[in-house]
Design a protein around this ligand. Structure first.
Ligand code: PMV
Length: 358
């Protein structure tokens, strides 16, 4: 048996981009969504986290993690500026994983070891707080890292994590309690989340690239927790859950059939609906910047006229995600750059979820 003594580990977890959005909660304590959601797992738009066992209480250090992998898309790691509240939330999650993982381990025949405090260094390959779901990637990374260090036998942990989807999903459930969208970053490329469950969706679509049109990297003013609360007070909330449930079922069928055109229209309607909830809340707010609107106008034209329109969506931020088959990535990049010269584009591909690096 490969027993761990004092240990350290480096993990990486990708962000994911939802086509059916998690917006609005039904259970605050368990952090459950009011409606199901479905996303594409990304690959290199990710968080890399190094966790080192220490004697004192756990702490977060604002430094680059060691053992970071290299990225194929020209992305480099940046250490996020975490607020006091952000640090507190992450450390509470570390304690949550320490408290809950042993039960999950037990169900899979894995033994737990005593873990002292942890020193955690995390960095992202993208600017945080701009609608690229850094909470999804950072909470998934920390969940996996803490869980791996809690295992008495790291080799057994790695084998279970790579082969047993049930085990992965049990970690995803713990992760969800720290950040809802993080529960969809443990497998890929297409992942559904409903109530306490996550699962991989069958798909006949070709491998997709995500072109993130970086309109602005300014930190957003309304965080997603606040957004989840405010949308409940929009008059458009009425009927929202039923509409999302219908789209959720429809998108799964479209993915199974490889019908990207239908998925593009459905995703467009879903993204606009989420942003309409923001715009019509009793305390209204918007994530759109002037250039977001220009680009949205361009893509509404594309959706009407192009035989193979990309899937275009926005998260809680001003930036647009344009999902295209990898074979068309260069052509779409060219078209977008010609139409919007100077616009920064981050590029990524679909991926398979959080993993241990070292
Ligand atoms: O996981 P949270 O609480 O950061 O919420 C994420 C919400 C959206 O990114 C806007 C949508 C989604 O499903 O990822």
């Amino acid at each position: 048996m490969n027993k761990q003594n004092s240990q350290q580990i480096t993990v990486r977890a990708p962000s994911n981009i939802a086509l059916i959005k998690y917006m609005g909660k039904s259970d605050l304590a368990l952090n459950l969504a009011a409606s199901p959601s479905l996303s594409m797992t990304l690959k290199d738009l990710c968080t890399v986290t190094e966790l080192k066992e220490i004697d004192g209480p756990s702490r977060i250090v604002a430094e680059l993690p060691g053992g970071a992998p290299s990225f194929t898309t020209g992305l480099s790691l940046q250490v996020p500026r975490l607020s006091e509240k952000g640090i507190h939330r992450m450390l509470a999650h570390v304690a949550r994983v320490q408290g809950q993982a042993p039960e999950s381990f037990g169900a899979f025949g894995l033994k737990t070891r005593q873990l002292k405090g942890l020193e955690i260094r995390s960095a992202n390959t993208f600017p945080e707080g701009t609608g690229i779901a850094s909470s999804a990637s950072s909470f998934a990374a920390v969940t996996l890292g803490v869980a791996a260090l809690l295992a008495e036998d790291l080799g057994q942990f790695k084998a279970l994590y790579s082969k047993n989807q049930g085990f992965r999903r049990s970690l995803s459930q713990i992760s969800r309690q720290g950040s809802g969208s993080s529960c969809r970053s443990f497998e890929g490329p297409w992942v559904a989340w409903k109530d306490e469950r996550t699962w991989a969706c069958e798909s006949k679509t070709p491998e997709l690239a995500d072109l993130v049109l970086l309109v602005s990297d300014a930190h957003k003013e309304v965080g997603s927790s606040e957004a989840h609360r405010r949308v409940l007070e929009s008059p458009l909330w009425e009927g929202r859950v039923a509409r999302v449930e219908k789209r959720f079922e429809e998108l799964q069928v479209q993915l199974r059939q490889g019908d990207l055109r239908a998925a593009a229209l459905l995703s467009w309607q879903e993204a606009w609906e989420m942003h309409s909830l923001f715009h019509t809340a009793r305390e209204p707010f918007t994530y759109w910047a002037p250039q977001s609107m220009e680009i949205l106008k361009y893509f509404s034209e594309v959706l009407r006229t192009d035989a193979h329109p990309p899937i275009v969506t926005m998260d809680a931020g001003p930036n647009l995600h344009v999902l295209v088959p990898v074979a068309d990535e260069a052509a779409w990049t060219r078209k977008i750059t010609e139409r919007f010269p100077g616009l920064r584009i981050l590029r990524d591909h679909c991926g398979t979820g959080a993993e241990i690096v070292l």
